[in-house]
Design a protein around this ligand. Structure first.
Ligand code: 5AD
Ligand code: SF4
Length: 445
């Protein structure tokens, strides 16, 4: 590490792993750094400061982060190396013992003091985790790549304690933000030209527990009413807290998009019970039916895990049957990963890796048919798309429907971050294709 890192004109590079909450936290990191005079580096090799914002929901995410942290010295040995995010919250100072190249480990709850911590750690290694239950980072400045869309956290942490999940252990107990604070943030964003808001929480549906007279349905309505806001999305929904009033609020306001991310995790009652999910298969199916009844055209995606301890072939077939019964528009599928400190870690009865891999393959193959079917259903229709970014090939840009489906557009037709109306002439396995009919809204300057 050089002295450059301690100067306020130094350049920074943030590498983010994991969920949208982590990506949003990184926007705060960038906002705080820029306010202190730091500038974004073109790439990791040129940066004076490299920050890894880490995830540990599965071992694979953790391994990836450890690997990249350890490899940084060969890419850019002179940068000041900082680690934050879930691994920092969980392992703290142990990260420094394991990785001698790490100069700073910090908790998200101390990022208001980021510039000061960087300065200190350029002189001596530092670990500062802050107090997870006290400091709030929501009011800190943030820097977004997309000027048209913003993530807005409504709660932090989780009280569900699903037996496999490390989130409550690293993110703490559920804390809802006061509704006034959330709507004020949305108003501020709308005045800056943002027209799509995604409300974020580990379990948004339980928002307001502990705050008098507040519910997620009520919050959805207030956010949807903010002048200038055109699309409101939210995630993640826990089926156990998905009330009819939330579904009614979704269909009652045109601004609230017809999109539900509703993780099921398993289609076996025994596994759901061992996971501590708090619902059974029939209840889940009934929630899906109700959503389709109350929110016409709703697009439903899910998370599914295979190979939970003790999962039998019969249990797995239950998951396959549920996938056939629901016909999800999209699904994120994972192999169970043992997380130290969770209740499931002490169950034993682990499913062998090869069996997990086979199950994941079979499940992915089955789901691919439904994903494709859902995309093919868009063919021949006209959809509203927010142009989110450039696709891998570079010739296309990625548009998202109100149902969060991906439609690729020729890049010369669609300005980045605009809202467009597009005709869908075709669809592939991962995305549909569109042709722009008109630009509905240009991005803010
Ligand atoms: N192993 C595998 N997948 C997990 N998830 C959460 N914890 C684990 C774990 N220990 C998955 C769940 C969750 C998604 C964000 O990650 O499916 O919904
Ligand atoms: Fe983890 Fe369950 Fe909370 Fe989701 S609801 S974050 S899976 S504990």
């Amino acid at each position: 590490m050089t002295d450059r890192a301690s100067q306020a004109s130094a350049s920074y590079y943030i590498r983010t792993f994991g969920c949208q909450m982590n990506m949003h936290d990184s926007e705060h990191l960038a906002g705080v750094l820029e306010l202190s005079g730091y500038t974004g580096a073109a790439d990791i090799v040129q940066a004076d400061i490299v920050i890894y914002n880490t995830c540990m929901v599965r071992q694979s995410a953790e391994d990836k982060a450890w690997g990249q942290i350890e490899a940084l010295s060969s890419l850019n040995g002179s940068a000041l190396l900082a680690v934050c995010g879930c691994m920092a919250e969980r392992y703290g100072v142990d990260i420094m013992s394991r990785c001698p190249g790490v100069d700073l480990v910090f908790g998200l709850h101390s990022i208001a003091r980021l510039a000061e911590m960087l300065e200190k750690s350029s002189r001596a290694r530092l670990c500062d985790l802050g107090n997870i239950n006290r400091a709030s980072i929501d009011e800190l400045p943030s820097k977004r790549a997309n000027p048209s869309a913003a993530w807005v956290p409504v709660s932090h942490g989780c009280d569900r304690f699903c037996s496999y999940c490390v989130v409550p252990l690293v993110r703490g107990r559920e804390r809802s933000r006061p509704p006034g604070e959330v709507t004020e943030e949305v108003q501020r964003l709308a005045s800056a030209g943002v027209f799509e808001i995604t409300l974020l929480g580990q379990n948004v549906n339980s928002y307001g527990r502990g705050l008098d007279g507040t519910s997620f349905a009520g919050l959805l309505e207030s956010v949807a009413c903010v002048p200038g806001i055109r699309r409101v999305k939210f995630e993640t929904s826990h089926p156990g807290d998905l009330s009819d009033s939330i579904l009614v609020a979704m269909s009652g306001r045109a601004e609230v998009c017809e999109y539900l991310h509703l993780p099921v995790q398993s289609g076996s009652n025994d596994v759901l019970s061992a996971m501590g999910r708090g619902y059974d298969r029939d209840y889940y199916l009934q929630r899906v039916e109700r959503a389709r009844e109350l929110v016409p055209g709703v697009v439903i995606s899910t998370d599914i895990m295979v190979g939970f301890p003790g999962e039998t072939d019969g249990d797995f077939q239950g998951t396959m049957d549920l996938v056939r019964a629901v016909g999800f528009d999209a699904a994120f599928m994972f192999m169970y990963s043992r997380r130290e400190g969770t209740a499931a870690a002490s169950i034993g009865n682990e499913v062998p890796q090869v069996v997990k891999a086979e199950r994941l393959k079979a499940l992915s193959r089955l789901q691919a048919r439904f994903t494709r079917k859902s995309l093919v259903n868009l063919v021949g229709s006209t959809v509203e798309l927010l142009v989110e970014g450039v696709a891998r090939s570079g010739e296309y840009v990625v548009g998202r429907t109100r149902g969060h489906q991906v439609v690729l557009l020729p890049s010369f037709e669609a300005p980045l971050y605009s809202l467009v109306e597009a005709y869908v002439p075709g669809a592939g396995s991962h995305a549909a294709r569109g042709r722009v009919k008109k630009v509905i809204r240009e991005p803010p300057d």
